[in-house]
Design a protein around this ligand. Structure first.
Ligand code: G4P
Length: 528
């Protein structure tokens, strides 16, 4: 092994941080992302973040549907350098219409930043995304945003994190006042205050202090706010959890930061602390055991495939998370599932408007590979032999539609489209047991729209989707073959693409009743 290369690989791994920001729509993810990028003087980003939300899509070649709606259909990646770090932010669409891709993207992150609106607290989308992260046990850092507005008490919010998400929290800083009274935050770790100054709060002054009792704070913030700060922090010192880094790394406790993204307040200290505490690229499990990022042999896996990024070329981009070794343009790697070597000649690291050919990349980085239809989600690319990384998780669909074809002459194309899009992980497909209807299951409404659009665009098939009232899918594992007649009321028995039995339920009551009536059966949220 070449020692110099070894050292270089180690230092490239050490400086990388790959994370996702998870939040409910409107919590301020776009705003925070933009501020983070500004600190980094972003070197590569997927269009400007804001431009994707607004209607500035003229030069972008994102999917047509994405342009029409002004949102990011599938998650993208932004990369920037800040101090000694190379930062990769995985963007997860926070819109109501997110999809399974959003969840899968989280598997490519080594940590997550959970953004919460101080007035709204923990919201539905945050809960779903949090649970996916928590299942993987990755560290989660919390940023409570919009402190310049009246919001809930920080203690209230901490309690909500624990009650709703089941995670305890350690405030890294603490607000001095809130809303119109907000005058700064106290940094509990560094013993310093960050204060807003000027009428429009545009100047931020950082002042080192002895402790939160320091009279300097009293002078700057006034008696009332200082008394409140002291009372809060005394309580936290006594009753709060101590900062335990090991627990943070195991995802058992979340460090909490308060700030206001739009005013750039608390953002830089958040970034500094986060980059110090967030883990560098982590090993991933494979058929050959854990693969360390510093393993010199290149490996990676595909976690997302985005179709039609450029409608003119109908190309697809497979997003690859590098797990180990150095990536070099033009290198040959084994496509393990396909059992053949392929050359990675046109990798792209920069998505959307200005795609950029990447010459080299390291563990933690995400690269986009041109995909002529050879990749599937979960595929492993390797120079380290025939290893395969753990399968990516699937998620229980929550929205269902019956799909039919408008023109029966196209049924061959229809079947091909369904097969391929299911294979790709775009949708989940089910067949009713007695009637052979085809039902599609998704986690976000948007997946149906993309499905319809791609069936027409890529397979020339017009489909009709009829929304069903089912809300839950449970895979049945039982010694006896399930009896369809038992699942008639507010439920139906279907099979998935592998022939597994699945019951779709209209409500929780129907699901609970079925479980009680079938005590020998197991009802699983995803395929066994
Ligand atoms: P999202 O990506 O999570 O959906 O949220 P986004 O950043 O677009 O922010 C949602 C709204 O919240 C925006 O206002 C944004 O300006 C505002 N916002 C973000 N951070 C803060 C903050 O720290 N304080 C306050 N007071 N507001 C904040 P909007 O009116 O919907 O959009 P815009 O007209 O400002 O673009």
């Amino acid at each position: 092994m070449n020692k110099a290369t070894d050292h270089k690989l180690q230092s490239e791994v050490d400086k990388r941080r790959t994370f996702a920001i998870i939040s409910h729509p409107d919590a301020g993810k776009t705003t925070l992302t933009e501020k983070l990028l500004l600190f980094g003087g972003a070197i590569r980003l997927a269009g400007t973040v804001k431009a994707r939300k607004a209607s500035k899509h003229a030069t972008s070649d994102w999917m047509e549907i994405e342009k029409q709606r002004g949102i990011s259909v599938t998650s993208s990646v932004m990369q920037f350098d800040y101090l000694d770090h190379r930062v990769n932010i995985l963007d997860t669409p926070g819109h109501q219409d997110f999809s399974e891709d959003t969840y899968r993207t989280l598997t490519a992150a080594d940590s997550a930043v959970m953004l919460i609106d101080v007035a709204k607290g923990v919201e539905t989308q945050t809960i779903k995304l949090f649970q996916v992260c928590a299942k993987r046990g990755i560290p989660i850092f919390t940023f409570i945003n919009k402190l310049d507005r009246e919001g809930r008490s920080p203690f209230d919010l901490m309690e909500e994190l624990e009650n709703v998400l089941g995670i305890r929290s350690v405030p890294m800083n603490w607000p001095i006042g809130m809303g119109r009274e907000l005058c700064g935050v106290y940094d509990r770790m560094k013993n310093q205050v960050e204060l807003f100054q000027g009428d429009d709060h545009s100047v931020i002054k950082v002042q080192k202090v002895e402790s939160y009792r320091d009279p300097i704070i009293r002078e700057m913030a006034g008696e009332y706010l200082h008394d409140q700060l002291c009372a809060d922090l005394e309580l936290l010192d006594v009753a709060g959890d101590p900062f335990d880094y090991e627990k943070v790394l195991r995802g058992e406790i979340t460090p909490v930061f308060f700030g206001s993204a739009i005013n750039n307040f608390g953002v830089q200290t958040f970034l500094d602390n986060f980059l110090e505490l967030a883990p560098k690229p982590e090993p991933r499990r494979s058929t050959a055991g854990a693969v360390e990022p510093t393993n010199e042999k290149f490996t990676g896996y595909v976690f997302k495939i985005q179709a039609n990024m450029n409608p003119a070329h109908r190309d697809r981009i497979a997003f690859l998370r590098i797990v180990s070794g150095k990536f070099e343009r033009g290198m040959s790697v084994k496509h393990v599932r396909a059992g053949k070597d392929i050359k990675l000649s046109q990798p792209q690291q920069f998505l959307a408007q200005d795609r950029d050919i990447v010459e080299e990349a390291y563990p933690g980085d995400i690269i986009g590979l041109f995909d002529p239809g050879i990749f599937r989600i979960g595929d492993t690319l390797s120079q380290a032999g025939d290893i395969e990384f753990d399968e990516l998780p699937t998620f229980s669909p929550e929205i269902f539609s019956k799909v039919t074809i408008k023109n029966a002459l196209k049924s061959k194309q229809f079947q091909k489209g369904i097969d391929q899009l299911t294979e790709e992980g775009m949708i989940q497909v089910f067949r009713t047991v007695n009637f052979d209807d085809i039902l599609l299951g998704v986690v976000g409404q948007l997946q149906f729209e993309v499905f319809e659009y791609r069936m027409k665009g890529e397979y020339g098939v017009d489909v009709q989707l009829q929304r069903m009232s089912y809300q839950f899918a449970r895979w049945i594992v039982d010694e006896n073959k399930p009896d369809a007649s038992k699942f008639r009321i507010n439920s139906t028995l279907v099979t998935d693409k592998k022939g597994n039995y699945v019951v779709l339920f209209e409500n929780e009551y129907a699901m609970r009743t079925a479980m009680e009536k079938n005590p020998t059966a197991k009802f699983l949220e995803t395929a066994p």
